[in-house]
Write a new protein. Structure first.
Length: 300
């Protein structure tokens, strides 16, 4: 019975420590000059967007590179849209797919045309007339990512490391472009064609992204990074099929490469005060069980 209690308290502590619910967010630009320059909608006097709960993207060009040196796509692979990396691998390229029949064309992402963009702050943008501080009119955000994993026949793609870097993109002045967020992979899961990737926010420009902590208080995403108390992100996207077929793959050097366009969303959360409290109670419970066990042993 003592072991059951110990296991129950341990499970409760772990459960409450890992709870992460998608939260409202807003972005603070620190200036309303972007809002004043918008072409659609009415500018306001503050420097921040209204609340939204998802970063969205559509028709994102995704390139998957599978190590084919042993004649199989199973094993190590990585996904990237980093143009220098893709150029170094020999893209653009075209030719006959691994099925010996289909033609495959591999291209570089066209970022100016939107193939690297976060194109929605859902449900805030679109429409462009909302309180978005000029998003998609005077500024937007672009992502550069490299995500590493292992492909298995039984489990499909399993992501183990890598990052998504989010860059501020000033549509009128390139000197303001800069890195604002970095998401670092912590794991993934997949069901049918639905893929979830999990991240910690390991870099955030101070004062830029604010996330509701579950009690109505917005917390700067950069606040917990130094202590390792990271805000978290879940990326939900489609991958169809999860294991590429030979008609999709082009052999370039020793790599089999597939390209696809993806739609998806990213939600964020920070540890909720209630979760941290329950974790503390769980740890106190564990300490109490330990004290009782030591006392019982001393009385034996």
């Amino acid at each position: 019975m003592k072991n059951f209690k110990l296991a129950s308290i341990t499970a409760a502590a772990l459960l409450f420590s890992s709870v992460a619910v998608a939260s409202d967010m807003y972005i603070d630009l620190g200036t309303n000059s972007y809002d004043m320059g918008r072409g659609v909608g009415t500018p306001d006097a503050n420097t921040r967007t209204a609340a939204f709960n998802e970063f969205g993207f559509s028709q994102l060009l995704a390139t998957s590179i599978y190590d084919y040196s042993d004649g199989s796509i199973f094993g190590a692979f990585f996904d990237t849209n980093d143009i220098p990396t893709l150029t170094g691998l020999g893209l653009p390229a075209s030719g006959t797919a691994l099925d010996g029949v289909s033609n495959v064309n591999l291209v570089l992402p066209n970022c100016p045309a939107g193939q690297c963009d976060i194109d929605a702050l859902s449900p805030l943008v679109p429409p462009l007339g909302s309180d978005n501080e000029g998003y998609l009119q005077t500024w937007d955000m672009q992502m550069v990512y490299t995500l590493n994993g292992t492909l298995t026949a039984a489990g499909g793609p399993q992501y183990t490391s890598g990052t998504i870097d989010i860059f501020f993109n000033d549509l009128n002045d390139d000197t303001n472009d800069r890195l604002i967020l970095t998401f670092s992979v912590t794991g993934s899961d997949i069901m049918a064609a639905n893929l979830n990737l999990y991240f910690d926010i390991t870099y955030a420009e101070a004062g830029f992204l604010w996330i509701d902590n579950g009690s109505g208080t917005f917390v700067d995403a950069s606040a917990g990074i130094a202590s390792g108390n990271y805000a978290r992100v879940v990326l939900d996207t489609n991958v169809n099929p999860p294991i590429p077929t030979n008609d999709q793959l082009l052999l370039v050097g020793t790599n089999a490469i597939r390209q696809a366009t993806l739609d998806g969303s990213m939600t964020a959360s920070v540890p909720e005060p209630a979760s941290l409290t329950m974790l503390g109670l769980g740890l106190l419970g564990l300490a109490g069980v330990g004290r009782r066990q030591r006392k019982n042993k001393s009385n034996a």
